[in-house]
Ligand binder design. Structure first.
Ligand code: ADP
Ligand code: MG
Length: 166
């Protein structure tokens, strides 16, 4: 839809800050894809978001449970990790489509492992290892996604920016 917005994340604190920047725009029904290799920082970003929303419990990776459910600030957040799927049909077999009915925010690691069954992304965040840090590319996929980005606490759109620590 739009040009991706890119941010350089120098360290883990910057990845947490990127997640935290989305706390102000979370709405039930949003679907957010988180792409990137193992260790790129996907779970770290979700941890930053949850902390900023006020969740001070443990933020576990859903690698083995497939979904971790967080209820915070009056919101349901469903955090998925489909890394272990061998076939996309496992998404349907596990009944995970029931989480995508609009009552919560869906944050999805390894979304490509559940294609073609997964609903389209409102926001697509790609994380890449970049030297000792990471680069995040954020792409908008829908009107609600654009509204979220606009209402987020991210710095104004530039082709490339360095996210300051929180
Ligand atoms: P993923 O969920 O993508 O597999 P994790 O978030 O579990 O990745 O792990 C990412 C690892 O990289 C953690 O050790 C974290 O401290 C580190 N990390 C996160 N963001 C950055 C960054 N911007 N620069 C350097 N290291 C980072
Ligand atoms: Mg992870």
């Amino acid at each position: 839809m739009n040009q991706p917005q890119s941010f350089f994340l120098a360290d883990e604190t910057a990845t947490l800050a990127l997640g935290a920047a989305f706390a102000s725009c979370m709405q039930p029904g949003l679907v957010i894809y988180l792409d990137g290799d193992l260790g790129a920082g996907k779970t770290t970003l979700v941890r930053g978001l949850l902390r900023a929303l006020g969740d001070d419990g443990p933020v576990k990776s859903p690698t083995y449970t497939l979904v971790e459910i967080h209820v915070v600030s009056g919101l349901n957040l469903y955090h998925f990790d489909f890394y272990r799927f061998n076939q996309p049909e496992e998404y349907l077999d596990a009944g995970l489509d029931e989480y995508f009915t609009g009552d919560g925010v869906c944050l999805v690691e390894w979304p490509e492992h559940a294609e073609p069954y997964l609903p389209a992304a409102d926001l697509h965040i790609r994380l890449q290892v970049d030297g000792a840090g990471r680069t995040a590319h954020i792409e908008v996929g829908s009107e609600p996604g654009q509204r979220c980005l606009t209402n987020s606490a991210l710095p104004a759109a530039t082709s490339s920016a360095t996210l300051p620590p929180a």
